[in-house]
Write a protein that binds this ligand. Structure first.
Ligand code: UT7
Length: 327
């Protein structure tokens, strides 16, 4: 018998910048081709923020949509967590900027750095803090402007990433719907395989080292670990709940690469029509990918009340996470 969930998702929202960068645009910037990008990643377009647009603006827009969806206002939120590795500033936290933009007066606000796992890590924290009894409703956001960290002359990475934000409001569950299980894990031995080494305290910005401020990735190694870790994460949340793969209505894998998504689906034995894909339109939006997909799937009817949704993710750190949510 499954334990009744403590918290549930009350509303979701998303936001992406208007500007779309196509593979044809990238062909003019680096030595690449539409065919290579589609065959190796499945990505056709990605949304890119105008220079100077920080994550907070996208995160606040996604949050407004989520509040509308939940029928709630700023006064109903007392906790804000933003999963991001591309926050507006070193400090203050992007969550505090979201609080400012939304006019949320009484709340605790902080960021979580877990790369592509940022949303599920934040959801876990939010759920735990609600469980503590100290907070009533939390705004959980995954948002990135990774275009600000891309080396636009590096074809190994510049085709992959997109900008965006996704938000969810969570509050107490009165019924069987809600967050049934979450599993978080990390392995710091691989910290160097996916990294932006610049502009932190190890390499503070100086005129001669600004080239360090860019995403670097050992793509093949990341790929291999991503498939194994996301599949294992799904097994673990199923194990925690006693639910089976057949019970899942929709699997939402982190949208990094269509081949990774397909490999995870195949490894766990999930039919393709129950695996969500939007990487073709948004590229890899890191922490935003899962909440954007959840919102899109809800609004298009792919997720309906009563559905069991599994989300699995993997990113720099390495960090990975899986969740089971009953809508
Ligand atoms: O969100 C966090 C998690 N991130 C991920 O999950 C990403 C994981 N990795 C990947 O998605 C894939 O490894 C990539 C899409 C990054 C690369 O695909 P791949 O099939 O692993 O290619 P590769 O890195 O092994 O490169 C194959 C070839 C290389 O040429 P040589 O050395 O064989 O001559 C690359 O230089 O493809 C070349 N290449 C490109 N060619 C045209 C790499 N990028 C490009 C490009 N256009 N954009």
């Amino acid at each position: 018998m499954q334990a009744k969930p403590h918290a549930k998702i009350l509303g979701t929202g998303r936001a992406v910048p208007e500007k779309i960068l196509s593979n044809a645009d990238l062909e003019k910037m680096v030595d690449t081709s539409d065919q290579w990008i589609i065959e190796r990643t499945g990505i056709r377009t990605r949304h890119i923020a105008e220079p100077g647009t920080g994550v907070a603006q996208l995160a606040a827009a996604a949050a407004r949509n989520a509040l509308d969806d939940a029928g709630l206002g700023p006064q109903d939120i007392d906790l804000i967590i933003v999963g991001t590795v591309s926050g507006d500033y070193k400090f203050p936290a992007t969550a505090c900027l979201v609080q400012q933009q939304l006019g949320i007066e009484q709340a605790a606000a902080f960021d979580v750095s877990a790369a592509c796992s940022g949303f599920l890590y934040s959801l876990r924290l939010g759920e735990s803090l609600l469980r503590s009894g100290d907070f009533r409703r939390a705004l959980i956001i995954g948002g990135e402007v990774l275009s600000s960290q891309v080396d636009w002359s590096d074809r190994n990475t510049c085709t992959l990433f997109g900008d965006g934000a996704g938000a969810a409001i969570i509050g107490p569950s009165q019924d069987e719907s809600g967050i049934l299980a979450l599993h978080l894990q990390s392995d710091g031995r691989h910290a160097g395989l996916l990294i932006n080494p610049g502009c932190g305290s190890a390499n503070p910005p100086r005129p001669d080292n600004l080239h360090l401020h860019a995403i670097r990735m050992e793509g093949r190694e990341v790929f291999r670990h991503a498939v194994a870790a996301m599949s294992d994460g799904l097994d673990r949340v199923l194990g925690k709940t006693g639910l089976r793969l057949e019970d899942i209505d929709l699997l939402i894998p982190h949208q990094a690469n269509l081949r990774i998504i397909q490999a995870v689906g195949k490894k766990v034995g999930m039919p393709e029509d129950r695996v969500y894909v939007n990487v073709d339109r948004f590229g890899n939006t890191s922490a935003a990918s899962i909440p954007m997909a959840i919102d899109e799937a809800r609004r298009s009817g792919r997720i309906a009340p009563g559905h069991l949704v599994a989300a699995v993710t993997f990113g720099a750190g390495f960090t990975w996470a899986a969740g089971l949510i009953r809508f």
